[in-house]
Design a protein around this ligand. Structure first.
Ligand code: HEC
Ligand code: HEC
Length: 158
């Protein structure tokens, strides 16, 4: 009887540890998303995590002190949270956005969405090259100039 009680106790303790771990993970993911949206939208929109593979986000968040000619470095704890959020939601975590990885070799690590074959493929036919130089656009990276819904992940706006 006593033995049975102890085992049940252990079992319950085990279960609640699992539950605790799951809640902590959820809270971490949520705070990572918030940190990403806050810290990565100062100079451009916060690009959707789903558009690049894990290794790209890893590289980008590991080199923020030299980020496309800017110093975008953050507190190491914040960087870690953002890195975890981006990696957990990257194109190669499954879901509908694996297509974004088309044409990229395993040993290639793109650091720009705008250099990935799927992006280039769509925009080559849909956009005149001069349109990216328009003063209202200025850069291919300025998604929102052409896609009003881009911040919400909606690029289907015409
Ligand atoms: C201090 C300004 C600044 C901050 C803060 C910043 N970036 Fe950038 N980022 C840039 C610049 C400048 C470029 C290059 C834009 C261009 O070519 O027009 C860029 C480009 C990018 C690109 C490539 C866009 C493309 O062309 O496909 C990604 C991805 C990116 N940033 C991710 C991030 C992430 C993630 C964060 C937050 C951790 C972040 N950025 C914070 C300045 C910043
Ligand atoms: C100069 C304007 C311009 C810029 C800048 C631009 N796009 Fe586009 N994009 C277009 C046009 C035009 C299309 C084709 C019509 C459409 O689907 O909206 C398109 C299509 C797309 C599509 C396919 C939409 C669909 O429903 O099939 C995606 C996804 C997309 N763009 C993402 C991006 C992202 C991400 C950025 C920034 C890194 C970006 N675009 C920057 C003009 C632009």
């Amino acid at each position: 009887m006593r033995l049975w009680k102890n085992t049940a106790g252990l079992f319950c303790a085990g279960l609640s540890l699992v539950a605790l771990a799951a809640t902590t993970q959820g809270a971490l993911a949520e705070s990572g998303r918030k940190a990403f949206e806050r810290e990565c939208s100062d100079c451009h929109m916060a690009f959707p995590a789903q558009l690049m593979p894990k290794r790209s986000w890893h590289l980008i968040t590991s080199t923020l002190d030299n980020h496309f000619g800017e110093d975008a470095s953050l507190d190491p704890d914040v960087t870690k949270k953002i890195q975890a959020y981006l990696e957990a939601n990257a194109a190669d975590t499954g879901g509908r956005t694996r297509g974004a990885l088309r044409g990229i070799k395993d040993n290639e690590t793109p650091v720009r969405i705008t250099e990935m074959p799927w992006w280039v493929g769509i925009h080559k036919y849909e956009v005149r090259p001069s349109a990216f130089k328009d003063p209202r656009v200025r850069s291919k990276s300025n998604c929102m100039a052409c896609h009003r819904g881009a911040k919400r992940g909606n690029y289907d706006d015409d």
